[in-house]
Design a protein around this ligand. Structure first.
Ligand code: KG4
Ligand code: ZN
Length: 339
């Protein structure tokens, strides 16, 4: 069923049209340049820009897919988690459009969308282990189907993307930091600086990035900031984050012998992480599904895809569904019975 997906949880407004799981168009209005001078996302700017971009983004999405509004059969939008002002713009737009067109609406959890983003281009079979790594999450899930998510492990402090962004800021690489660290690491030595593998007592599947961050700040203060030092610190820090995440996956596989692992979220763009997981899994004959970079970062396609799955089963959400800054995935659903 032709489904429009609206994603507006942070600083990108993205809309997509998906039909029978296939992406017909995905259009993203990026605000990166507007936030870069501030070194991070300014919530008020983000929501205002979303509001300004709604109409043109919808028009362009329909045009690219060569569809019109009357052909839509369902609308999905991210309802949580994220910046509430940003979420409300996309969510209310989607609900109003669904009401005007008298078609069903579905709220989708942002991380749930990320977990299914690998299915946009790959065949994905359940059960799978899903590692969602973004600016706000570093969570490992056992996914048994749409709506069936069990958290196996997570960071107990910073998310991986947040840690990359902070270290990039420290080195002076600007915002967003993850891609800058990825690029700079190419010229650095990943073994130049030692970072201990994080341990969370009693929780072998949890991880932590705050200790690494403190160690990086310490190295920065002690060793100056020559270009080679910066590249070495970036490469060593990146290697440590990748080691922590790969360890989470390797440990989870000991207890959950799945045939497929899905890597998702903005940090899934990271080339070292992609390579490390590929290496880890090919030795064990487990398939790795990763979205292409355009579907790793926030996109409307993952929301439309997930929304379509629910709507195909007539699992729509009430138009009273609100936006939530925080909402753990797997605890309640925004369907008519949940939340
Ligand atoms: O999923 P996403 O687009 O938005 C959130 O849901 O947070 O993820 C954004 C995060 C940012 O922290 C960004 O620095 C990080 O993903 N990121 C990367 C790379 N590309 C984006 N981190 C490491 N390496 C990259 N290549
Ligand atoms: Zn995201």
């Amino acid at each position: 069923m032709l489904t429009l997906g609206v994603e507006s949880s942070c600083d990108d407004l993205s809309m997509a049209l998906v039909e029978a799981g296939r992406v017909l168009a995905n259009v993203t209005a990026s605000q990166t340049a507007a936030h870069a001078p501030f070194g991070g996302v300014v919530p008020e700017i983000a929501s205002r820009r979303h509001l300004e971009a709604l109409e043109a983004t919808l028009d362009l999405t329909l045009k690219k897919a060569q569809k019109n509004l009357s052909q839509l059969r369902g609308i999905a939008a991210t309802f949580a988690p994220g910046l509430v002002g940003s979420l409300l713009v996309g969510l209310n737009f989607a609900k109003a459009l669904a009401m005007a067109l008298q078609i069903p609406f579905r709220g989708v959890h942002h991380i749930e969308g990320h977990l299914w983003s690998a299915a946009l281009e790959n065949s994905v079979e359940t059960p799978f282990l899903g590692l969602a790594v973004s600016g706000g999450h570093s969570h490992l899930y056992l996914v048994k189907g749409v709506g069936d998510y069990q958290v196996l492990g997570h960071t107990v402090d910073d998310a991986a993307g947040e840690a990359f962004d902070k270290i990039a800021k420290l080195i002076g690489l600007g915002y967003p930091g993850g891609p800058a660290i990825d690029r700079l690491s190419e010229r650095g030595d990943p073994a130049a600086f030692y970072f201990a593998l994080p341990r969370v007592k009693g929780h072998p599947l949890h991880t932590s990035f705050s200790g690494m961050k403190t160690a990086a700040v310490d190295y920065f203060r002690r060793h100056g900031d020559s270009p080679q030092f910066q590249a070495n610190l970036a490469a060593s820090f990146q290697a440590a984050v990748v080691r922590a995440l790969s360890t989470m996956v390797a440990r989870a596989l000991q207890h959950h012998p799945v045939k497929q692992v899905v890597l998702a979220g903005g940090v899934a763009c990271n080339r070292a992480l992609r390579a490390a997981l590929q290496e880890l899994l090919q030795d064990r004959d487990i398939r790795l599904a990763m979205p292409s970079p355009q579907y790793c970062t926030d996109n409307g396609a993952m929301i439309a895809f997930t929304g379509e799955k629910y709507l195909e089963g007539s699992e729509d959400s009430p138009l009273s569904l609100n936006a939530f800054a925080r909402s753990p995935l797997g605890q309640g659903s925004p369907g008519r019975k949940g939340l």
